[in-house]
Write a protein that binds this ligand. Structure first.
Ligand SMILES: Cc1cc2nc3c(=O)[nH]c(=O)nc-3n(C[C@H](O)[C@H](O)[C@H](O)COP(=O)(O)OP(=O)(O)OC[C@H]3O[C@@H](n4cnc5c(N)ncnc54)[C@H](O)[C@@H]3O)c2cc1C
Length: 424
């Protein structure tokens, strides 16, 4: 850890999560002097923003941080929260990055004569290059309709959810059916709580199919090697993650099964009025679309098995266990005993500190595997920066290696130019 600042660094890394630390690992390997600014504490998201029963959705073998692959006894299992924290803490110790914790970067600007000024809560430094590693998960996203809920209803975002006991007695409304929403709804459902759930357009995926984890099949199929350079892949970065779980050794999440067991499901949330939550009439299409993707992925695996002549147990398409009898378009929350609402509505990035024109129309940085159009500015750790694993444990390290190799070349090219400017 660092306790003071120099005036100038070859590289400033912003964000001390696994992406920023992966960059630091390779910067150290290349002998590049740098600092990592982290506004809270290193890798704090795994400690501060995950619920008690949280476990990885990705199998342990996909934990491939640089020089720190998972080496435990359960490569096909799913680490629980404390194990993930231990895995990441071990990486933090190994990297021993020059981090300044509790230091927020408030602006990155280009200097007229070259290089960048980086303003932080601990002072201003200059740098020849900057790695932006602050992720897309900066700020909990909560729709403004939340302001129209009665004060008697407790509202939290998934980032603040810990366990069912944290919520007041009564029914819970979970808004959003992405990975977090589905897993938290399951957590509450297993604890015997009455759960209402707003569904969205998230797809789903089987945990196991034809005798193996679907992730293992997809790895063999080559799915995790596909890059955004492939035709049609550029839009992927805004896709919602598939829902499934690693809980208790891993299983599917089937909202239709939950509905049979008493969970109440609704279509997309349209708003809040007069104590009622309002929904679109698209519950059936949301469930059907999720299952269509589920069967589509299994179909891909079927074709792979057939092509390769692999001897695997038979599989069959998923058939719906339950169908909605109607499309409820409103729910009187007080009348149904709903005392809390969990916003499982995702996160938004916070790039407000970046004073450089590097973003596209959707707010995603324009870059080629982390290398932006502005010399010396790099990005790391975003979903589909390059591959599916770019925003995950699987491939953030590979992207970091690529970025730091490019950055090293860039800094190397700067030295003669700087010497020339200084008349040396
Ligand atoms: C609920 C959830 C479940 C996930 N499950 C899995 C999984 O099963 N498997 C998997 O591989 N991945 C998973 N991920 C994805 C990914 O591994 C994590 O999001 C991981 O935390 C990303 O690491 P990161 O370093 O890119 O970003 P972060 O962990 O978000 O780190 C960014 C850091 O930047 C800091 N920061 C932000 N702004 C500033 C600033 N202006 N100045 C200084 N510091 C700043 C933040 O404090 C933070 O520490 C999951 C993500 C979420 C949200």
């Amino acid at each position: 850890m660092l306790h003071y600042l120099k005036q100038h660094y070859s590289t400033v890394v912003i964000g001390g999560g696994q992406a920023g630390l992966s960059a630091s690992h390779y910067l150290k390997t290349h002998g590049i002097d740098h600092v990592v600014f982290e506004k809270k504490t290193v890798a704090h998201k795994w400690k501060d923003e995950r619920w008690d029963a949280f476990c990885l959705v990705t199998p342990n073998w996909q934990c491939q941080l640089p020089d720190h692959p998972y080496d435990g006894e359960d490569p096909h299992g799913f680490m629980v929260k404390d194990q993930i924290i231990a895995y990441v803490d071990h990486f933090v110790k190994k990297v021993d990055a020059p981090v300044l914790e509790g230091t927020s970067v408030t602006s990155v600007e280009k200097m007229a004569g070259g290089g960048f000024t980086v303003e932080t809560s601990a002072g201003t430094v200059t740098a020849d290059s900057v790695v932006l590693a602050t992720s897309l998960y900066s700020r909990p996203a909560v729709p403004r309709a939340a302001e129209r809920l009665s004060d008697s209803i407790i509202q939290i975002h998934t980032a603040d959810y810990r366990n069912p006991a944290q919520l007041p007695e009564g029914a819970v409304m979970v808004v959003g059916s992405g990975q977090s929403g589905c897993q938290i709804a399951e957590d509450l459902h297993l604890a015997g709580r009455k759960v209402h759930m707003v569904t969205g357009n998230a797809p789903r995926c089987a945990r196991f199919y034809r005798g193996r984890d679907v992730v293992d099949w997809l790895a063999d199929v080559g799915q995790y090697d596909i890059t955004v350079a492939h035709e049609g892949m550029t839009k992927k970065k805004h896709d919602t993650n598939h829902y499934l779980t690693g809980r208790d050794g891993g299983r599917d999440i089937d909202l239709r099964k939950f509905a049979l067991e008493g969970m109440e499901l609704y279509g997309r949330m349209e708003g809040v009025a007069n104590g009622k939550m309002l929904f679109a009439a698209n519950l059936k299409s949301n469930l059907d679309n999720a299952d269509r993707v589920y069967n589509g992925i299994n179909g891909l695996i079927d074709r792979y098995i057939a092509e390769k002549g692999i001897d695997a147990p038979a599989g069959s398409p998923y058939l719906p266990l339950w169908e909605p009898e109607c499309e409820p378009t409103e729910l009187d929350l007080a009348h149904e005993g709903v005392t809390s609402v969990i916003w499982a509505t995702g996160f938004t990035p916070d790039w407000s500190y970046v004073g450089l024109p590097i973003f596209d129309g959707t707010g995603y940085p324009v870059q080629q595997r982390g290398v932006t159009g502005i010399d010396g500015i790099y990005v790391l750790g975003l979903p589909w920066l390059w591959t599916w694993g770019s925003g995950r444990f699987l491939a953030v390290g590979k992207d970091a290696e690529h970025v730091v190799t490019h950055l090293t070349g860039y800094l190397g090219g700067l030295q003669p130019a700087l010497k020339q400017m200084a008349g040396r």
